[in-house]
Write a protein that binds this ligand. Structure first.
Ligand code: ATP
Ligand code: MG
Length: 326
C-alpha cells in the first residue's frame, strides 16, 4: 500500500509474478508432485532465473503461470491477474518462448508472425512494421521470407523470441532460451534479453541449465528440485545460504612474520575451524565471515596482510551445493 497524490491509500502491485502454495500433481493418485507448494515473488523489472535439475518442475510451473495448465492447489498472479480466472488478460500482457516451440514450418517467418499478430488483433499497419522491426532485432532480416521449417536451431530460438515479443509484453517467459544454440548465438540471445529488460523494463522469467548464463543475466534466482523451492535470491544471497551451511574459505598471504606464527595467531580466532599452509598461502576454513577478526590477529602478531581473498563460489558450485542431498 502507498499514499497516492490525493493522500488516499491505494493498492500497489510491485510484483510481476506471485505464486502462493502453487502445486501441480500428476498421476492417478496425484503421486507425481511436479510442483509442490511453490511460493515465489518476482518483482517488476527483474530478470529472474528459474533453475533446477531435469524434471524439477520448471516447465510445469511456467505452464501454470501462462494458463496452459490448471493448478492442483494454490494460486498465482501474473501482471496482477489471476492465473486461473484471468488467463485472457495474462495472455495480453505476456510473451512466451516455450520449449519445445512449435511454429508453422510451412509458413515463412513473416507469415508466422502475421498469424500471431492477428491473434492479438494488431492492425495491419502496426503489424507489418512490428514484424520487420522484430525480425531485425533478432537478426533474421535476411530470413524474413524463408520458411521456418528450414531454420537452424539458433534461428528457431531467435524467431521464438520475436514471436514472444509480438504483443509488446510486460512479462516474458523464456523456457530454456539458449538450449541447443552455439556459444555465439547464445551470447546474442543473452544480450537481447538484457537489452529488452534494460530498455523496455520487461520482466523476464527464464529457465536454463546454464549456470553461467543465469549468473550473467539474472538479478535473482530460484533453485527448485523435485517440485520444491530450495533457495531464492541474488548470487550473493545464495552464497550466504551456502556459507551458513558450509562456512567460509579464505586464502591469505602474510609478510613480516613467518607463516607458522601467522597460523598460530589465526588458530586462536574464534570460529576458525581448519587451517592449512600450501606454498606461501594460508588456506583458512571458518564457520562464518571472519575477515576483520583474522586481519586484526595478524596485525597484533606483527604481520602484514599482502593478500586476503575469499574463495568465491560461482553459481555452478552454489547450485550443486544447494541441491546436494535433495
Ligand atoms: N503431463 C504430464 N503428465 C505426467 N507427468 C508429467 C506431465 N508433465 C510433467 N510431468 C512430470 O512432472 C515433473 C516435472 O516436469 P517438468 O517438465 O516441469 O520439469 P522441468 O524442470 O521443466 O525439467 P527439464 O529441465 O527436463 O525441462 C516430471 O517428473 C515430469 O515427468
Ligand atoms: Mg522443462
Amino acid at each position: 500500500m502507498e499514499l497516492g497524490q490525493s493522500g488516499v491509500v491505494r493498492k500497489t502491485n510491485k510484483l510481476a509474478i506471485e505464486t502462493i502454495h502453487l502445486s501441480k500433481f500428476f498421476g492417478k493418485e496425484n503421486q507425481i508432485r511436479a510442483v509442490d507448494n511453490l511460493n515465489l515473488q518476482v518483482r517488476k523489472g527483474e530478470v529472474f532465473g528459474f533453475v533446477g535439475p531435469n524434471g524439477a518442475g520448471k516447465t510445469t510451473t511456467m505452464k501454470m503461470l501462462i494458463g496452459l495448465l490448471e493448478p492442483s492447489e494454490g494460486s498465482g498472479k501474473v501482471a496482477g491477474f489471476d492465473i486461473v480466472r484471468e488467463i485472457i488478460n495474462i495472455r495480453e500482457q505476456t510473451g512466451v518462448l516455450p520449449e519445445p516451440a512449435g511454429f508453422y514450418d510451412n509458413l515463412t517467418a513473416r507469415q508466422n508472425l502475421r498469424f500471431y499478430a492477428k491473434l492479438y488483433n494488431i492492425g495491419p499497419e502496426v503489424r507489418e512494421k512490428r514484424i520487420v522491426g522484430l525480425l531485425e532485432t533478432v537478426d533474421l532480416t535476411r530470413a524474413i521470407d524463408q520458411k521456418i521449417g528450414g531454420f537452424s536451431t539458433g534461428m528457431r530460438k531467435r524467431f521464438g523470441l520475436a514471436q514472444a515479443l509480438i504483443n509488446e509484453p510486460l512479462v516474458l517467459f523464456l523456457d530454456e532460451p539458449t538450449s541447443g544454440i552455439d556459444p555465439l548465438g547464445a551470447q546474442m540471445m543473452r544480450d537481447l534479453i538484457k537489452d529488452l529488460n534494460r530498455s523496455k523494463g520487461v520482466t523476464v522469467f527464464l529457465s536454463s541449465h546454464s549456470m553461467e548464463e543465469v549468473q550473467e543475466i539474472c538479478d535473482r534466482i530460484a533453485i527448485i528440485a523435485r517440485g520444491k523451492l530450495l533457495a531464492v535470491g541474488s548470487v550473493e544471497d545464495l552464497r550466504d545460504i551456502v556459507r551458513a551451511k558450509e562456512g567460509v574459505h579464505y586464502l591469505l598471504e602474510v609478510e613480516d612474520i613467518p607463516l607458522s606464527e601467522a597460523a598460530e595467531a589465526i588458530k586462536k580466532v574464534e570460529g576458525v575451524q581448519d587451517l592449512e599452509i600450501q606454498d606461501r598461502t594460508l588456506h583458512i576454513h571458518t564457520k562464518m565471515k571472519l575477515r576483520t577478526e583474522i586481519a586484526k590477529a595478524i596485525k597484533k602478531a606483527g604481520g602484514t596482510v599482502s593478500m586476503f581473498e575469499e574463495e568465491e563460489m560461482n553459481l555452478q558450485k552454489l547450485f550443486l551445493k544447494i541441491i546436494e542431498g535433495v
